[in-house]
Design a protein around this ligand. Structure first.
Ligand code: PEP
Ligand code: MN
Length: 474
């Protein structure tokens, strides 16, 4: 992508910004951002470009996208067990889906930087006292007396992201993926005998397929598992942090043999000065994550977030829902994808089961009338959040699969294709969403409700979705 010359990593600062964080100590903030800017990147431009290529395939229907993780990561959740559980469920889901759908799966975790959260209000009343709302652990603390935004938390966010990314890389370079072969999956929580035997049948077929691969000499360490591709993502909400993690990457067009070759290397912004991007062919990459998305509340056409996102070479997501006018969607795509790169933008629909039929078709038609080739992804979580009388934020499994099913059907009717799903999930046995094959009821939510943000699908509810999608796509 070639952003026009007025774009710089900090040009968003001149635009109106939503969900801004007010720091009282600007000097401390400046110091922290400089520190972050000097720290090493968490991902590489080559990895980002590989994902760009893979998302191009997804946009053409040649692969499917599975994106998922916590609503918000916590610093205390940065531990081996929780990271393993999350990678495990994403791996297991992707195996079921690959088996059922017969397409390659691209996995993107909401991990390694998903700390900052948009909130509907700046303040809330706790025990009769008005306090600032909790904005995510890289901004302030959940404890009521720790709500003042503290710039040091951005640095802690960087280091927790680094530890998470490091452990994920370690897992994927070890035998972790192979340990999660179908034989070891845990179905003891499935309530209905019928569903359990249906799942077992699929799992046995999957296990057979692996045995067959072994027999013909494709060992467990086959390329699809041992060098499994996993990418990271988070909402690009805290633009100060995203700016500090953005680097201009030099592109050299020739190697010694004279063959044209793209060679990417890290260079500092200062060294390049202000030479025009277009002339140099250089690009800006956000090296905090492979994929970033713009939230539903920060996608104003003239706003700071859209301004920042239009300049980076990473693949980007855009949350879209009932409040987005189809014409505005097209204008946003023109800004975010000026070069019409297939898969550059993933539209993450979050309409809600009761609204998806009224709003998704007009978005599909509007995009079909342009030259933009997007990835159509369904987030069946954010339009289906409800609260119980006891005050638990929850989601009903049937509404979640209902929105996924309707999205598949709507795309099909319009000669389009749903290319992926985006879920808030965890590999643990939490009780935050109702329904699924564990039959969690509203009265069970208190048993193991852990999320301090939105409710997540648990291990089995996530597997339920994989089985459902696999069947639906066949
Ligand atoms: C989220 O993905 O956690 C989120 C806040 O979503 P949205 O922007 O769609 O409301
Ligand atoms: Mn959420």
């Amino acid at each position: 992508m070639t952003p026009n010359k007025e774009w710089t990593p900090n040009s968003w600062r001149a635009k109106p910004i939503k969900h801004n964080v007010e720091y009282t100590n600007q000097e401390a903030l400046g110091r922290v951002l400089e520190n972050i800017n000097n720290l090493p990147p968490l991902v590489s431009p080559a990895e980002i470009d590989r994902l760009n290529k893979q998302l191009e395939k997804v946009s053409k229907g040649e692969a499917f996208l599975l994106q998922g993780g916590d609503c918000a990561e916590s610093f205390s959740g940065c531990n081996a067990q929780q990271i393993e559980d999350k990678i495990k469920i994403l791996l297991q889901m992707s195996l079921v889906m690959i088996w059922g759908m017969r397409v390659p799966l691209i996995r993107i975790a909401r991990m390694g930087g998903q700390y900052a959260k948009p909130r509907s209000a700046n303040t809330e009343v706790v025990d009769g006292k008005e306090v600032l709302t909790f904005r995510g652990e890289n901004i302030n603390g959940l404890e009521v007396d720790d709500r003042e935004p503290n710039p040091d938390r951005l640095l802690r966010g960087y280091f927790h992201s680094a530890a998470t990314v490091n452990y994920i890389r370690t897992l994927l370079n070890s035998d972790f993926a192979n340990l999660h072969f179908p034989q070891n999956w845990n179905l003891e929580w499935v309530k209905s005998e019928d569903i359990r035997s249906e799942y077992k049948e699929i799992i046995n077929k999957l296990a057979d397929a692996f045995d067959f691969m072994k027999t013909i000499g494709v060992e467990n360490g086959s390329p699809t598992l041992s060098s499994i591709d996993f990418y990271l993502s988070h909402e690009g909400l805290m633009l100060e942090y995203e700016e500090a993690m953005t680097e201009r990457i030099q592109r050299m067009s020739q190697d010694e043999s004279g063959k044209t070759q793209k060679k990417l290397s890290f260079v500092s912004l200062e060294k390049l000065g202000t030479e025009s991007l277009e002339k140099s062919g250089d690009k800006y990459y956000n090296l905090s994550s492979h994929f970033l998305w713009i939230g539903d509340r920060t996608r104003q056409i003239n706003g700071a977030h859209v301004e920042y996102f239009r300049g980076i070479a990473n693949p980007i997501g855009l949350k879209v829902g009932p409040s987005l006018d189809p014409e505005e969607l097209v204008r946003l795509l023109d800004i975010l994808d000026p070069d019409f790169i297939p898969g550059k933008v993933t539209l993450i629909g979050r309409y809600g089961v009761s609204k998806v039929q009224a709003f998704l078709p007009q978005h599909i038609k509007a995009v079909q009338a342009t030259n933009h080739k997007v990835v159509w992804c369904c987030d069946p979580c954010h339009g289906n959040t409800a609260s119980t009388p006891e005050g638990y934020k929850t989601r009903e499994y049937n509404n979640v699969i209902g929105e996924i099913g309707l999205s598949f059907d709507i795309h099909k009717t319009l000669n389009s294709k749903l290319n992926g799903i985006h879920l808030e999930l965890t590999g643990e046995h939490v009780t935050e969403c109702t329904g699924g094959s564990m039959n969690i009821e509203a009265k069970d939510l208190s048993r193991n409700y852990q999320s301090f943000c939105d409710p997540r699908l648990n291990y089995l509810q996530s597997l339920d979705i994989a089985f459902m999608v696999a069947k639906k796509y066949q």
